[in-house]
Design a protein around this ligand. Structure first.
Ligand code: SF4
Ligand code: SF4
Length: 221
C-alpha cells in the first residue's frame, strides 16, 4: 500500500530522530554534554507550542518518534485511561518534575557536567517509564501526561485545530484507529473541528480517512 507523502515524510523524520534517544541514553552518563539534548528538545517544544500546539510532540520529538516507530510494534495497544489525560494530574507531574530538576541542579549549579548529568538522569527515568507503559498499555501513553506535552497543550493547543467535514464523515473511525495518541475525533464532527488540545498535528488521521473528511485550516495572511 502506498503511503500519503506527508505520512511518509513524517515517518522518515521520526526514523532519523530515533538514534538521538539511543545515543543520549547510552552516552550521557559518560559524556554529560549529551544530556543537553533534553533542554534543546524542551526549548523546541516550548517555541513550537506557541505557534502550533503539540506539533513538536507529533513530528519532531525524538522520544515521541521512538515510541511511534520502535515501541508501537511491540505494544499491546490498550486504551489510554482518561484520568491520565486530565490536567490536574498533568500539572502535578509537570510541577514535580520541574521541582526535582531544579533541586538536582541546585546541588552543584556551577558545574555544567552536573547539569548535563541531571538532564540525562531525567531522560533515563522518563524514557524507562514511557517504554514500560508503551509496551504494556499504549505506545504514546507517556505522551498523554508528558510535561512537555502539557506545556505545548497550554501554550497553543487551540491553534490550527483539525477540521472535520460532517457531511463527508461516514463514522468508520479509521481516523481514531490511526491517531498515534488515540484522540476522540468523531465525537466532534458536528462542531466541525477537533476540540482536543492534545492533537499532535500529524498527518495520520487525514491520510487514513477514506472519505477525505479531515483537513487543516488554510493559513491566513
Ligand atoms: S476516518 Fe473519516 S469518515 Fe471515518 S470516522 Fe474518521 S473522519 Fe469520519
Ligand atoms: S487527531 Fe489526527 S492530527 Fe491529531 S494527533 Fe490524532 S491523528 Fe494526528
Amino acid at each position: 500500500m502506498s503511503l500519503n507523502p506527508a505520512v511518509t515524510r513524517r515517518r522518515a523524520i521520526q526514523w532519523f530522530l530515533v538514534p538521538v534517544v539511543a545515543v543520549t541514553l547510552a552516552l550521557g552518563w559518560k559524556y554529560p554534554v549529551f544530556g543537553f539534548v533534553v533542554p534543546v528538545v524542551m526549548l523546541t517544544g516550548f517555541v513550537g507550542g506557541l505557534f502550533n500546539g503539540r506539533y513538536v510532540c507529533g513530528n519532531l520529538c525524538p522520544r515521541g518518534s521512538f515510541f511511534d516507530r520502535v515501541i508501537a510494534p511491540l505494544s499491546f495497544r490498550k486504551t489510554i485511561p482518561m484520568f491520565m489525560r486530565r490536567m490536574p494530574l498533568r500539572w502535578t507531574i509537570l510541577a514535580a518534575m520541574t521541582g526535582f530538576m531544579i533541586w538536582r541542579i541546585s546541588q552543584n549549579p556551577g558545574d555544567w557536567r552536573h547539569w548535563g548529568k541531571t538532564f540525562w538522569m531525567m531522560c533515563v527515568i522518563t524514557t524507562t517509564i514511557g517504554v514500560v507503559l508503551g509496551i504494556l498499555f499504549h505506545p504514546r501513553m507517556w505522551c498523554a501526561f508528558c510535561p512537555m506535552g502539557t506545556m505545548q497543550n497550554a501554550l497553543g493547543g487551540n491553534k490550527r485545530q483539525l477540521l472535520i467535514d460532517a457531511a463527508k464523515c461516514k463514522k468508520c473511525y479509521a481516523c481514531e484507529k490511526a491517531c498515534p495518541i488515540r484522540l476522540a475525533i468523531v465525537q466532534d464532527k458536528d462542531g466541525g473541528r477537533l476540540t482536543s488540545r492534545d492533537c499532535l498535528k500529524c498527518p495520520e488521521c487525514i491520510a487514513a480517512c477514506p472519505a477525505k473528511a479531515l483537513s487543516w485550516p488554510q493559513k491566513t495572511g
